[in-house]
Design a binder for this molecule. Structure first.
Ligand code: DQA
Length: 150
């Protein structure tokens, strides 16, 4: 069975209680279950991780790159959260690890503050899903499977 990593960045552990008008009432645990269910429908195992630390996210991307090369992982569905707008290191990690990444944002970042309009990750991403709420993760999982399985 093929596998996908769903990787969530800083503050996404607060989903459900964090600015519900922007991010909705789904908790991270609910979201991760949604992802596992979406994967199961496609015959794909979904592993979920969340970290508030940039270096931990970078290490996870490197590990994912190795797994993709070994043929045990299809790629990563990644919400880099606020690091999207600041992290050249995440861009470099995706490029360096040569890992297929679908970038997800729950909210429509382009309809929000100007500092959210640019993402360093987008230029390294194989696809981007923005503004569909938590359903964007399901769309990203489906898109990644289609891209990778052809
Ligand atoms: C976010 C958008 C980012 O701008 C923000 O910093 C987040 C969440 C989203 O999913 O909409 O933490 O990535």
């Amino acid at each position: 069975m093929s596998k996908i990593l769903v990787l969530n960045g800083p503050n996404l552990n607060l989903l459900g209680q964090r600015e519900p008008a922007v991010y909705g009432s789904t908790t991270l645990a609910d979201l991760e279950q949604l992802c596992r269910d979406a994967g199961a429908r496609l015959g794909v195992e979904v592993e979920c991780r969340q970290s508030n630390h940039e270096g931990v996210l970078i290490d996870a991307l490197h590990e994912a790159g190795r797994a993709v090369k070994a043929g045990t992982l299809l790629g990563v569905v990644f919400n880099p959260a606020a690091y999207s707008h600041s992290s050249v290191a995440l861009f470099d990690a995706i490029k360096g690890a040569e890992v297929p990444v679908i970038e997800v944002h729950i909210s429509n970042v382009h309809a929000r503050e100007a500092f959210r309009h640019h993402s360093y990750v987008s230029a390294a991403a194989a696809g981007i899903v923005v503004g569909f709420g938590v359903d964007g993760y399901r769309l990203a999982i489906e898109g990644l499977v289609r891209q990778r399985r052809g």
